[in-house]
Design a protein around this ligand. Structure first.
Ligand SMILES: Nc1ncnc2c1ncn2[C@@H]1O[C@H](COP(=O)(O)OP(=O)(O)OP(=O)(O)O)[C@@H](O)[C@H]1O
Length: 252
């Protein structure tokens, strides 16, 4: 579905990724883990077109997408969320989700909020899709509240809604649960599982919480100092001496 082959990414003298190959298979939950600075966010940025590696290939549905504009990669279906939230705090939940429809709007974003007669039908269709997402994420009761007034857990849920509005074919999430309490993590995990069941799309996520990773992921790839050191089921990876060494710094 989406893959990196032999990817090397450097920032000046820093090698963030070194000859990394990874494949995201259809309908799987792939977790990317590793110690701080291991290159996890860099790998997500490369897979979603935000960073262009100096070496290697990125393919999506069999096509080389290296160098394609990032908005085009997103509208082709590789949709990512970022650490924290990228929402408009003064706008309502529903309007923030509608922003996610931007890539799918023929009339452009401005027209979505202005009632030109010729855009009314399209506007109604986008609103219906946004309302369905609101229902799916069980945030009907806050749909007209400004996002800035919400707690972090709910804001992350709205952020997921905005990503869903973009109709992802691959959903890429950078530490979706960072900064959440246990209850918020459980809620978001449930919705991520629901998304996979409802949309049958692969999800790639970077996550620090090993409990979450072991519960959610079908497969885990481990990065350390920009290299992929393991790739397997959660149980395989957990028992891998190289992984244990990377995390604990113990001698091999
Ligand atoms: N835009 C950038 N400019 C310069 N160096 C960068 C940039 N982005 C990442 N790096 C460097 O690349 C390396 C990998 O960083 P990256 O953020 O991908 O790691 P990470 O595994 O996501 O870390 P964390 O778990 O702390 O978020 C680090 O040494 C980092 O300092």
């Amino acid at each position: 579905m989406l893959s990196a082959e032999g990817v090397t990414l450097r920032f000046g003298g820093v090698t963030a990724l070194s000859d990394v190959s990874i494949q995201v298979r259809a309908d799987e939950m792939l977790a990317i883990i590793g110690p701080n600075g291991a290159g996890k966010s860099s790998l997500l940025n490369v897979l979603s077109g935000f960073y262009r590696p100096q070496e290697g290939r990125i393919t999506y549905q069999g096509l080389d997408i290296l160098g394609r504009p990032v908005h085009q990669i997103a509208s082709d279906g590789v949709v990512r969320t970022f650490q924290g939230t990228h929402l408009f705090p003064h706008m309502t939940v529903l309007d923030n989700i509608l922003i996610g429809r931007h890539a799918r709007m023929r009339g452009g974003l401005a027209q979505a909020f202005v009632y030109f007669p010729w855009t009314r039908n399209e506007e109604a269709r986008h609103r219906e899709i946004a309302e369905n997402i609101v229902e799916f994420l069980e945030i009907e009761n806050i749909r007209h509240q400004p996002v800035g007034a919400l707690g972090y857990g709910l804001r992350k849920r709205v952020d997921l809604g905005r990503a869903l509005a973009m109709e992802p074919r691959v959903l890429v999430m950078d530490e979706p649960m960072a900064g959440m309490n246990t209850e918020e993590k459980e809620d978001l995990a449930r919705f991520i599982i629901d998304v996979r069941e409802a949309r049958r799309i692969p999800v790639v996520l970077v996550e620090h919480d090993m409990g979450v990773v072991m519960d959610l992921a079908d497969r885990v790839a481990v990065l350390d100092f920009g290299r992929k050191i393991a790739d397997g089921t959660p149980a395989q990876v957990q028992a891998d001496p190289a992984v244990i060494q990377a995390y604990l710094g113990a001698p091999a």
